[in-house]
Design a protein around this ligand. Sequence first.
Ligand SMILES: NC(=O)c1ccc[n+]([C@@H]2O[C@H](COP(=O)([O-])OP(=O)(O)OC[C@H]3O[C@@H](n4cnc5c(N)ncnc54)[C@H](O)[C@@H]3O)[C@@H](O)[C@H]2O)c1
Length: 311
Amino acid sequence: MMVNDRITILGAGTIGMSWAALYLATGRQVTLYDPAADIESKILSFIDSAKASLTALGWEHAGSSARLIFDCNPESAVQGAQFIQESIPERLELKHQLYQTIEPYLTEGTVVATSTSGLQLSQLQLGFNNPAPLILAHPFNPPHLIPLVEVMGNAKTSETLLKDAEHFYQSIGKQTIRLKREIPGHIANRLQAALWRESIHLLKEGVASLEDIDKAVAYGPGLRWATLGPNSLFHLGGGEAGIGGFFHHLAVPFQSWMDDLGSPNLDTETIELLTRSMAQLNQKTSSEEMRQRRDQLLVEFLQSVQALDCR
Ligand SMILES: NC(=O)c1ccc[n+]([C@@H]2O[C@H](COP(=O)([O-])OP(=O)(O)OC[C@H]3O[C@@H](n4cnc5c(N)ncnc54)[C@H](O)[C@@H]3O)[C@@H](O)[C@H]2O)c1
């Protein structure tokens, strides 16, 4: 039997349904608890829409809902589960309430992995009498395609369960990274926030349109970052002298750009500007066209990475 053959998903909105589609595609049994009235039709339609991408990535059971079980109460949904992925709304009291409800029904050795984007593990642990099974496992949207999972435990977490979870994610094609300590927004969202903050600043200052700012990322640094990440790329940018050579040429100008970066607030005026600018872009490219482009290019890029790593 495969590792974590029986998985429970708690909360199946944007993130939970994407996890569910991936776990089902790998052939696992998925039990799902989400109190939303229309959850069954939403999930089935999402599984169907994710089928082509997951098939292209080589998952034999992509699009199948044969092993999907809907359960309308959390206590029975977690019973017998070998792995639990919690993706309910980002509200501490709601997560605490759910943890208190499920804790008496957990099987020993079962991981409870929370997808939380910003809540701290130490706060979340207060929802358990024994928080050892709770780990942070923060995915990037959409988790059925994006490989990154940020993983963290602390002194109260079972190291064995944390390692088991890392191996499990890696076995289904995920790239896990470990946070050494907690910090708001973990790692990847902080990096995103830094870039997004400057893109909003450039828009507010009238330096370029929202469309051109997005293009500047997608056709320039974004393409490169997908291959190696900024530090390794700057190392290559230094030529034979590596990162030392890069600093020699560019430390002073980079420092001056860093000193000049903006710090806009997400106030009403800024939000209205961004919303208006996005509506303009949507007149040229619909959200559905954007989604299709994102998923198609992601799949093709990931296929190339798979092929390269298998050589
Ligand atoms: N949206 C993102 O880009 C993103 C990315 C990474 C991580 N996350 C994290 O994933 C989690 C879920 O985010 P989302 O964007 O999928 O939210 P969402 O609002 O799309 O979905 C939440 C789902 O949970 C259900 N729900 C509400 N209360 C519940 C309960 N008590 N038990 C079970 N289900 C319940 C809702 O009906 C809904 O379907 C959050 O912690 C968020 O921070 C979100």
